[in-house]
Design a protein around this ligand. Sequence first.
Ligand SMILES: Cc1cc2nc3c(=O)[nH]c(=O)nc-3n(C[C@H](O)[C@H](O)[C@H](O)COP(=O)(O)OP(=O)(O)OC[C@H]3O[C@@H](n4cnc5c(N)ncnc54)[C@H](O)[C@@H]3O)c2cc1C
Length: 581
Amino acid sequence: MRVHEHTFDAIVVGAGGSGLMAAVYLARQGDVRTAVLSKLYPTRSHTGTAQGGIGAALGNMGEEDHWEWHMFDTVKGSDYLGDQDAIEVMCRESPEVVYELEHMGLPFSRNEEGRIAQRRFGGHTSNYGEAPVRRACYAADRTGHMILQTLYQQSIKNDVQFFDEYQVVDLLIEGGACRGAVALNIATGELHVFRCKALVLATGGYGQVWEITSNAVTLTGDGMFLVARRGVPLEDMEFYQFHPTGIRGMGILITEGVRGEGGILRNHEGERFMERYAPNLKDLASRDVVSRAIYKEIRAGRGIDGKRFVHLDATQLGAEVIETKLPEIADFCRTYLGIDPVTEPIPVQPTAHYAMGGIPTNVNGAVVGMHGEPIRGLYAIGECACVSVHGANRLGTNSLVDLVVFGRRAGLAMADYCRHADLESAGDDPAGPAREELERLWSTAGSDGENAAEIRREMKQVMMDNVSVFRTEELLQEGLAKIAALRERADRIAIDDRSQGFNLDLTDAWETKGMLELAHIMTFCALNRTESRGAHSREDYPDRDDENWLKHTLAVPRDGSIEIGYKPVSITRFEPKERVY
Ligand SMILES: Cc1cc2nc3c(=O)[nH]c(=O)nc-3n(C[C@H](O)[C@H](O)[C@H](O)COP(=O)(O)OP(=O)(O)OC[C@H]3O[C@@H](n4cnc5c(N)ncnc54)[C@H](O)[C@@H]3O)c2cc1C
């Protein structure tokens, strides 16, 4: 296998909203040679699918709004696990960054005065929880698409060098410093070593670990398991958000907007069951509450025809509302289900959606180790990172804010770091471990080996059955045992495709092994946390336990098991209060 070498000052791994924002800021400095490596063509990144909006307290709609109110909502939404110093940074800087996106050319929707239009979204309120407020800035129902296109154009304008369809398969982390990465050029099957002073991971989430997911097939958590393998811990991995309304069997997202417009969830008996679970907010209760209620209905045998889904009924909205306000959703129903939401209910079930946990960082995106020590030259941003602004549960529209606020900060911090740091040696054969790993996968003969797709299918099922909306010790123990058996089988995965270029059999197998490591860590952490908080719901420990568990989990693989550590939550303004749903 031929190995190519490249040297840059800064490397960005991932070309979603967070990676591109960091790249633009690095490149604008003029003196920091920057490259972006992405396993996808940049504008195919998952950020492009975000519809709802980006939260910023602009107060453009004739209502008062303040970043402090946004901060309060985010802290409360996080079930008090979010770090308040980081949340303050995010909410305070978000208006400025949204205006900056506007000035870059992002075509936001406008209100009558020509200002950026804003709409309501779950959990966003005025005056510390008093009433809903219009805080979500949007570009029709294509906000993420517009962010991605705008930032890509800015990257090209600023001469960022792109390596498209290069999959990073190893990180050069040694002696407490990151010296670069090893990537597979998917088109040729050759390895490339990228040496640099500073590297930022912006590789997105890992929703593909579950069977039913809103996440694209490429969201396999590569950045997370790459750092974990190199001994850097992951933070709060037990917290994973399930969105209540994914299309049955497929998981494709049906936006909260359908219920916002008046859509109603019904069980097999046609009952509006949310009235029983959340008498005040009903169908617009928080995502965790609605997901749990749907599962309870299914368990009680009241899923449609006794099956694992319920109905989202939008028929009462009428054709005009559906066609004008929810055109994308109507299109999804017609394309994927062959049904018309104007006349028929939409079959839905909770879908794996967003990772609150990830690679631990400070507010400049710098990665920190188990004992708070910095890993020199290593940064992480976006969904793969854990700053932590979302704590135990993320509010809608807060991921897009997180991407651009911390993408910008990391870009600036890295540029500064690159000016003072030297390029450190990456050793004699930096591609060695990656080459060995890929060759091992490659050399297992077809008939003796295990099939990666089959292992992936079984993993997704286990995670769905044992580590999803409801958890108990018994379920999690069983899940751990099953994941352990799958990990053992994964050592014998065989590759059928023998081609060099575009060998997706090989990359799928490699990703499957990585996802099993994440599944292991997340299940272990879920078993370890004996309380219920935000998205982590333990039926055997139904209460939040601030005395013992108001702390972040850190977890790193060690000798076949997981080593656990903790770090305190930053509480600066808002003391934890009774859990309110
Ligand atoms: C359907 C859907 C709707 C959503 N709607 C909203 C919304 O309305 N508002 C909101 O705030 N949030 C929303 N979210 C969440 C939000 O969109 C994501 O959390 C966010 O876009 C993630 O951005 P990112 O920059 O972290 O990574 P992504 O946009 O996921 O991009 C990941 C990048 O990493 C690259 N990559 C991954 N692995 C490798 C590797 N090994 N080597 C090289 N490159 C690699 C990929 O090529 C890609 O460029 C939504 C999510 C989904 C799935």
